[in-house]
Write a protein that binds this ligand. Sequence first.
Ligand SMILES: Cc1ncc(C[n+]2csc(CCOP(=O)(O)OP(=O)(O)O)c2C)c(N)n1
Ligand SMILES: CC(=O)[C@@H](O)[C@H](O)COP(=O)(O)O
Ligand SMILES: [Mg+2]
Length: 623
Amino acid sequence: MILDKIQKENDIQNIEKEDLPQLAGEIREFLIQKISENGGHLGSNLGVVELTMALHLSFHLPEDKMIWDVGHQSYTHKLLTGRRDGFDTLRKYGGMSGFPKRKESPCDAFDTGHSSTSISAGLGLAMASQLKGEDNYVISVIGDGSLTGGMAWEALNNASRLKRNYIIVLNDNNMSIAENVGGFSEYLNQIRTKEGYQNLKAGVENTLSRLPGRGEQLIRGIRKTKNSIKQFFVPGMLFEEMGLTYLGPYDGHNIDQLTRAFREAKQVNGAVLVHVCTQKGQGYEPAMRHPARFHGAEPFVIETGLPKKKRVKANYTDIFSTVMRKMGDREPNVVAVTAAMPDGTGLKRFRNMFPDRFFDVGIAEQHAVTFAAGLAAAGLKPVVAVYSSFLQRAYDQVIHDVCIQNLPVIFAIDRAGLVGSDGETHQGIFDLSYMSSIPNMCVMAPKNKWELSDMMKFAVHYDGPISLRYPRGEAYDGLARFRTPIEYGKWETIYDENEIALLAVGSMVKTAVEVRDRLREMGYGCTLVNARFVKPLDQEMLRTVQSEHNLLVTMEENVKAGGFGEAVLEYLNEIKSKTRMISIALPDDYVEHGNVDLLKQECGIDAESIVKKIVIEYIGLTK
Ligand SMILES: Cc1ncc(C[n+]2csc(CCOP(=O)(O)OP(=O)(O)O)c2C)c(N)n1
Ligand SMILES: CC(=O)[C@@H](O)[C@H](O)COP(=O)(O)O
Ligand SMILES: [Mg+2]
């Protein structure tokens, strides 16, 4: 196998040119095999095999710096930098990350995970090299989807300042996770297809030739000053006018063409954009046919492309999806907004039924929030469905555009809590803190699948900003008989006893049920409160509960700092409570990738760890 010859970075440069296509084939086979076992981002990785090979043939690592936007497509890069064995533990606890990590390899120049950061980071690295007088190359690889993010354009706007070489590779596969959206995407689309380009060219020439007197002259002038009219009228024009050099478009599966392009790009003094066209899922039929499903795949059967495990129970996203569909029927003012995640957030069904009331704004969380604020200011009821970690981007928009004006925007925050194999960048562990810190924001979390539906119904009639968070994965279907109506700022008592009171938020109610069962087996009386509202707190209930128990235990799947436990503690302090409290929450740290149950154990928020902690504390209290 040619792949066996790749033991470390730059080894690819010793492979014979005629063996490169075979190497590409072996890499694809390897990736399909490993991702079918462990899950991972298949489509994007299959799409960039030749592009990554060409980059590694053209640059020298780790001196040259490659930054992978989002980083979900960095698997071939990992393979070519000596991390083949890591694929056995891909995205597992303690194993290799699915994203670039500086701590994993000196060849990973910058950590990524959230989109549209690579140009800013690359520009920073290039500018630093310029200041230090270094002569290495810096390359940012960004997808067409990630180029819908405003941050990428903020960086491009700055790139013309650079006086040394800096290469931006636009990997254009005409897809985000779902179809890419927006004007720029359509522009690329037109250029990419030969027909589109020909039409554009003909159109431009036509228009110019109709200009009285000077049209023909203008066309001749353009042809003279640029080596072809194509170069002038492709997106290059846009980039060139921004002070960048544009090269392309190139066939992203042709290693020869790509290496020649990079040779040319290296000659440019300043920022240069190399436009490369690839096919998502290249080389694996099911991934080419279903790019969204194979963007991030669960383990699957290679022959059929079908998932290895059949999902039996509904997850929270499914429940949200159904609620939205029904709400769309009943509430004509409800509109839905997503930042490039119609599949992941479950809005696809709403989109299909109410296309005019559905907005995919691209990977643009900040814009999504302010856009929703605009919709709300005009009397509509926008639901922004967004992953917890991606909403971090729009903190100021939530404050400045939604909450100061007290606008009725609903934030449906999916993937809130530990998400598992995507790791640090994607864990949704801050939203309770950042949403509760904002005046006017109401913060809720459902205990089970029915409560998510009830909360959405409550939210749609609530006149102000409101957020509800729910975790990735299977929806809890326990505690079905506890379905008291949602009342603003009121918690729900599920079990009422003495001694210890568990005050649990959202996903932690399920854990609290288990904790309570174990404590009761040990002979402790245990109250269980579903703290539905994190903000406002149910102060009335809290006052009563603290007076009737010896120990309060708050439980949340969120970092401790600024979370539910701190809010409760603050109130207890305010009323000069003497009742002892334990806060079960995530540590002041980033949580790496791995199985969620394992991560919970590591973080001490699983039932067993909680019981141990409570018992030690309680025995100490009652001695
Ligand atoms: C801020 C942010 N929002 C959403 C996502 C989820 N996300 C990951 S990859 C992706 C699509 C990226 O499209 P593109 O850059 O074209 O890469 P491709 O998958 O096509 O290779 C999205 C929306 C993210 N990682 N970061
Ligand atoms: C790379 C990225 O940001 C997404 O593809 C993310 O991995 C999706 O996560 P889910 O699998 O939870 O939808
Ligand atoms: Mg893309």
